[in-house]
Design a protein around this ligand. Structure first.
Ligand code: HAM
Length: 438
């Protein structure tokens, strides 16, 4: 085997125990949040029809899909996100389900992105979709949930960058620029190629006034809501669709403000997202230590309809779990260690192995995590290895003790031990402190 074949494929990673437990910790938080907000889990396939996944994902994302033909000749792809699969479910199996529908998903996704810190080709998301309501309180719920998730992980100083795609689309549409044309401009904005976006609008027939407005709009950004709104209000005059998008945006933000929810918003009028299906409020969250988004979402009112599911408005968010792990690491947030006991059973000779196996079984039946010494090491080596691995108790079985129905219980932290009766072992380990009171 060639040596490079023993490395994971570029962009793929092995998650080692510490990373895996971090990922599962975030998953646990995500699940608790889903339950608190009433989101039910659905598990959709990793492989879907290419056409479904590619439909509204945007040109850039489309190029980065893992696409292949299966043995049955179907053109399929690995999912680059959950939203298309959820929209498929709602348009088909859940078409008659009462609204709202709140759905949660957790799993791995695949994008042929250029690998770098926080950008991988296999990554994980916790995804929430609120389906069936086009009202501002639904958008507000998703923003509130986002804030609760980030806060709940202990993240500090994060900001939620927000905008409303209806503002830009309203202006471009008002100039007669087709949806395809608008999409190309949004793609350029997503990549922060402001000049390219304006040139494109010019080429697609936007008026001189519109070009001036776009230039002005793209520069409107900051933490001050009132300033943002009054500047955008000024810019959208004469574009009724953009005006109503701004009204909708104000309603969402004001609702949260009135409810006393403290979210650090960053308003940016030229902010767009690469995914093409968004129709309303959009957002991404950032921590100061990373310049990549740790989550992203927004409103998409036409996706489900485009899958034949009728006019079903929806709004959602996906958290990039790998990036949240990085953000937590950067902010020195560690996951609470488990306080649970962990036992190593060490037989002092081979003839005591069967007794050791019997004993670990009894401990496990009592819910106590227990390992058996399988390396045939001497007692002192087994004990030093046990300390290295944070074992809390060693149970040492010797011939003499066994004949008396006893074992030696060693409290690793206190480095003290006592002889106890075998039947007392589970209770001793679980509830009693060491003879030195540790
Ligand atoms: P997205 O912005 O493409 O949105 O992805 C959401 C999050 O996934 C990103 O903010 C990022 O944290 C993470 N992510 C994306 N690509 C990578 C990558 N290559 N490596 C590591 N992490 C990555 C969506 O996927 C939408 N479906 C969100 C949504 C749900 N909108 C409405 N509902």
């Amino acid at each position: 085997m060639r040596r490079d074949m023993l490395q994971p494929v570029r962009g793929m990673r092995d998650l080692m125990p510490e990373e895996a437990s971090m990922l599962r910790f975030i998953e646990g938080n995500a699940r608790r949040l889903a339950e608190l907000y009433g989101y039910e889990e659905v598990i959709t396939p990793i492989i879907e029809h290419y056409e479904l996944l590619a439909a509204k994902i945007g040109e850039e994302n489309k190029k980065r899909m893992y696409v292949f033909e299966d043995l049955g000749g179907r053109k399929v792809a690995l999912r680059p996100e959950f939203t298309a699969s959820i929209a498929r479910l709602v348009a088909t199996k859940m078409a008659t389900a009462p609204k709202p529908i709140r759905l949660f998903s957790f799993g791995s996704l695949y994008r042929y992105d250029e690998p770098q810190l926080g950008r991988y080709r296999e990554f994980w998301q916790a995804n929430y979709e609120l389906i069936g309501s086009g009202r501002p309180e639904a958008d507000a719920e998703i923003l509130l949930l986002t804030n609760d998730f980030l806060k709940g992980l202990g993240l500090r100083n994060y900001i939620i960058k927000v905008n409303h795609v209806g503002i830009l689309r309203g202006i471009l549409g008002g100039e007669g620029i087709s949806e395809d044309g608008q999409n190309t401009i949004m793609q350029a904005l997503d990549k922060k190629n402001w000049d390219e976006a304006i040139n494109l609008a010019e080429r697609l027939g936007a008026s001189e006034r519109c070009i001036r407005i776009l230039g002005y709009l793209i520069d409107i950004r900051g933490y001050d809501k009132s300033e943002f709104i009054s500047k955008v209000e000024e810019a959208v005059k004469g574009y009724p669709e953009a005006v109503s998008a701004l009204t909708n945006f104000k309603e969402i933000i004001n609702l949260l403000e009135k409810a006393g929810v403290k979210i650090q918003f960053y308003f940016e009028a030229g902010f767009a997202r690469g995914l093409e299906y968004y129709t309303g409020m959009i957002f991404e969250a950032y921590v100061p230590e990373l310049d990549i988004a740790i989550c992203g979402g927004g409103r998409y009112d036409k996706l489900i309809e485009s899958f034949g599911g009728g006019m079903v408005p929806a709004v959602g968010v996906a958290f990039g779990v790998d990036r949240m792990m990085l953000a937590m690491e950067k902010q020195s947030i560690s996951i609470p260690g488990s306080q649970k006991e962990k036992v190593l059973v060490i037989p002092l000779s081979n003839e005591l192995l069967a007794e050791a196996i019997r004993l670990v079984s009894v401990l496990r039946e009592n819910g106590i995590p227990s390992e058996i010494e399988v390396m045939g090491r001497t007692l002192s080596r087994a004990l030093s290895d046990a300390s290295r691995r944070n074992i809390t108790h060693a149970v040492i079985i010797g011939l003499k003790e066994k004949s008396e129905g006893k074992v030696v219980l060693r409290y690793m932290g206190d480095k003290v031990q006592e002889e106890i009766r075998i039947e007392d072992l589970p209770v001793k380990i679980r509830f009693k402190s060491s003879p030195h009171g540790g």
